[in-house]
Design a protein around this ligand. Sequence first.
Ligand code: ADP
Ligand code: GLC
Length: 491
Amino acid sequence: MTIRVLHVASELYPLLKTGGLADVTGALPLALVERGADVRVLLPGFPPVVAGLADLKPVARLAHPFHAHASGDEAWLEQGTLEATGVTVYVIRAPSLFDRPGNPYMDDEHVPYGDNAPRFALLGWTAAQLAQRIDPLWAPQIVHAHDWHAGLAPAYLRAAERERGRALAKSVFTVHNLAYQGIFPAQSFYQLGLPHDFFTMHGAEFYGQLSFLKTGLFFSDRLTTVSPSYAREIQTLSQGCGLDGLLRQRTHELSGILNGVDYAVWNPATDTTIAARYTPSRLTKKRDCKTALQARLGLAQHGDALLFGVVSRLTEQKGLDLLLAAVPEIVRRGGQLAVLGTGDPALEAGLLRAAHAHPESVALERGFDEALAHSIISGSDVVAVPSRFEPCGLTQMYALAYGSLPLVHRVGGLADTVVDASLENLADDLATGFVFERFEPEAIAAAIRRAFALYARRTDWRTTQQRAMRQDFGWGASAERYMALYRELAG
Ligand code: ADP
Ligand code: GLC
């Protein structure tokens, strides 16, 4: 039996991406289709999404219950195709809510849009409409909602089922990051057309406010998150962001399914965006990538300098303040650091200061640049991901594929994907990177020293690179687990 699944999310690579969520929604649907599922995706009609879809055609008018007050606020549903994969995408056209340039969540001053509650409520509401056959030709059996943006989908679904007195679809809610919760003042809840009795402690309310994330966690049939370690961590007081109690209550309905790598996009043997292509057995070409990266960023052209790369949102989560404190140690040992990122102004300023202090050894490129991300992942010797917490993390898995050894904090998905180059792990052919236990300067400094020490042993370094490159973090195994979950739910 083919299972019909609707993925509901706010971004999707290659149409619109601010982080790893887009990589997941870009790759997972196809992996599910390859395993026999009938998968469609629902996205808000942000300008690049509308512009990037082929064969757009109207499906239905959306008479949603929370119209903005201005005129010209009508909304309708269209359907198009993602050319790269052939996946069908439903897109919500609501110009007054989505037709804004730039970041989908906030304005140019980094201030979240004041109407984010109705903007993303419309996403969840439309998902429930699809379960109610607003498209006469297709309706999902499973609504799979991602992160807080889609958090109201399971609640609208539950409300519709109550009203109609029958089951419509099952829901799965995936937490990509518990730290982003979509919290709004209580009064906004009453404008969203949900049953008022949903706004309680056992529902959408979170300490007197509306939480989109909690709503998703509470009303969905099953919960998943993006690594086994993070699934455990979020059930603890220290890492549960206030939701650990609810997550512990639902522990039997919660599973951690590791994200995968889309090797069609991240593969050094076929990557046309990098300076040279290479494989585990032909690693010498990787040096061309390093030389090109040093040239591009104005770093000294030292082939032997151990080059650390970072591709990251610059937020507290990512722990780059810890790496920044280790810059003098890296430079003193003859290493280099290349950072691509954008975000927190204080962090940007700190990295810029380091780059000015050591222009030949440290470079910061501010912005979001897909091609440069590939250049850094391929051209670096080490890719640093020292996150305070990390639900899964994709860049360390991309780094493995490119033979750029990840240096990571042992937390969340980082702990599940990288094995430290300790003597015993090297001896047992297990090592793939550098892992530090405690989030402290001494701990990261020791991991950095381990990286320099291994780099000095060229044969061991190459063997470790080859082992890293041969790890399989493709979507296969994880897609199978989602399929099993869907089958169980669909009965
Ligand atoms: P998160 O989703 O928390 O940002 P992930 O590691 O899961 O972390 O995914 C980050 C994704 O975003 C990766 O594909 C990474 O290459 C990409 N990325 C992050 N920052 C940038 C940037 N400044 N330019 C280009 N790509 C970036
Ligand atoms: C989030 C997390 C990241 C994860 C990504 C995709 O943005 O911060 O760890 O890899 O979602 O699931």
